[in-house]
Write a protein that binds this ligand. Sequence first.
Ligand SMILES: [Fe+2]
Length: 463
Amino acid sequence: MEHTDARHLKVSSGNSRSIERYDAALELFNGYYGDPLTLIENALAEEPDFMMGHAMRAGLLVTAGDGAVMPMLRQALEQADAHLGRANEREQRHLAAARAWLEGDFCRANRLYGQIVVDYPRDLLAIQVAHLTDFFLGQSSMLRDRVAQVLPHWNAAVPGFSHVLGMHAFGLEETFLYEQAEERGRFALEINARDPWAIHAVAHVMEMQGRTDDGIEWLQARAADWSQDNMMAVHNWWHLTLFHLERCDTERVLALYDERIRSGHSAVALDVIDASAMLWRLCLRGVDVGDRWKELADTWEARGAEGQYAFNDVHAAMAYLGDDRPAAFARLVAAMERAARGSGANAAMSRDVGLPVVEALIAYEARDYDRVIELLGATRLIAQRFGGSHAQRDVLNLTLIEAALRGGNTRLAQALAAERTELKPMNPSLHRLAQRVRALAIEDDLEAAEQRTSPVAAVQRAA
Ligand SMILES: [Fe+2]
């Protein structure tokens, strides 16, 4: 008798209790709820050669996007290897894909998971791992199209359909198809309101369209569905905080930072990234963030795992600069330089994006604004290569704008402000930006007039 999971995909185990646990763990993973890893480890403790359990544990660790879990992934794959003879073809392919990730060949891992998706379009584990690795690799079009590949094989009767729609919504958003993205995300939530990825996808639409009030209302009204016992919780709080930041409500931003983003002192990569990005944004605005950098820099230092994923490293750099830790910063840069000389996806990410951005950040701290402009002016155009979302990478645009303003580069400040105001309706942040650009231009005019009328200038002109 053949044994299958909830979507009728064959599994090599005949243990129905293991398969039930697999389906339950996958459901948790789909919604980023609870602790799917412990659930699947319990299944593996009872049935050590439960190969789909091994595949899931490996997939969960891959999607952490965190060098800190690589030792766990190594151990997980060693345990799986001891039973590899039992694995069916699909299970073997899952483990091969995870092994490529462990070896640092992120692109190959992504391709292998993608090939499983093509051959088994209802393999929701493969779909989600491929989706998240598309995210880490900055493959925006595949965030959309990989999910589109499987849609003909799904409908509301297949368990997990809402999650497929939620992933598609995010891919549509990251490829600027905002109306379709919002429609798809709302459809996903009609089927299953407790889908934080779909809620998050629609929040991204609102962020990109500058719908500040809508965004706050959207996330607050659904907080019960995303904020409890959820891996995406800090990230969705971060999105809510971004909307308040656009309103220039820094008091609320700091309160949310303390009460939601850093209340648990999480050391999870996704959480410390968001914390760094938020404090950096506040500092760009000249907001006094008190001693918040210290706690965050301590957490980044304790994590280690530097030089394994450039996107994370850039956010660690913000914390080290924010708390003025030159030794930690130098160690981080050395790790990134070593990574850049290596092979695999992170070598290119570190070389092309990570290191130039980190150099721009330290130039910004040193008030060498011309250098910031030179570095970020070029790097922001290819920054998707180191992963993340448009909303996350916007911190590079904001740093560039601030460098133009502080460095007195009026033309560039005007151009970047015009670029930004064309994309979003007027809000307090944009208004403040426009005022600062105008003030800079007036200052330039005054200086020019002064030069024209000053006796020294007149003598210089005559000479
Ligand atoms: Fe996001």
